[in-house]
Design a protein around this ligand. Sequence first.
Ligand code: GCU
Length: 333
Amino acid sequence: MRINKLFGTALAVALASTLALSGCGEQEKQLIRMSHSQIETHPDHLGLVAFKNYVESKLGDKFEIQIFPNATLGANEKVLELIKQGSVQYLVVSTANIESFDPLYSLFSIPYIFTSEKAFENFITNPEILEQLSVNSDKNGFYPVASFTAGTRNFYAKTPIRSVSDIAGKKFRVQAGPTNVAMMQAFGGAATPMSFGEVYSALQQSVIDGAENNELALTDQKHGEVCKYFSYDMHQMVPDLLVVSKKFYDGLSADEQKVFDEAAKEAEKAEFAAWHKRVGEAKKQAEEMGVEFINVDVNEFRNKVLPIHQELLNKTPALKPLYEAAEQANQAQ
Ligand code: GCU
């Protein structure tokens, strides 16, 4: 984080240049910047590598893709501004980070909205859903073009959470957004929203007692070095979306748009395949780090937070069609 601030000005200057000379001739290529917050072995990164390979195999004479991992261009909330301006073209971002731009994305923060991971996966890969989420793109300045799975979100902490009462009085890092704060309150804990990159040191310095995420946070972000208990309460399934700058995308020709859309689908496929492979490996790796995985009574957790569904639908009636589509996806399983 500190590094991002220090180099903020230099970065802005560097980002102003979007043209690069191609190696062989004088033809200029447009640089496409893709940003994400994960390490280079993470499924999100591998999805973007598939995207890069696809675009460069079709349009390599015109475009050069650069992937920036580890939030080197800034935390997601900041990069969304750069996406809006068009100086960064693509970003992988959790829907929780877009909630403040557009409440439609709060759908995925509703705890236990999906009753199975299969229903969640079918829902997020349905192109009609991405279309419904795009209705405010003029205002937002981006379109969602692919969905990446991030599995289920679960609590992990320095002390075991075996029932909801073990959360009481403890501070948990959550992703930004009012739904997450409401959820933590309903569970009886205190919500401490912060950026992903800040969580490790907050855990180490005991600013927080725990966090909530998928298994890969334990290994890739090293949270498992500090938190030795991970409880499968599965309170949320929150996708990472690949979003494209509207300013950039609208400036492409129809043929180019087609290639970039196909590349987004390639990225989605590659990410899903990598995710399903990596999640088991991460669990094993975390066990080797000394993390205990705990199976809890999911119904006990679910019952605590179910009232949030109606509260959120009352607050944001525009969510209703998407909420109903999620119910249908659940029923289809
Ligand atoms: C997951 C998700 C990220 C998100 C992170 C978080 O790792 O893939 O997109 O930023 O959780 O909790 O902030």
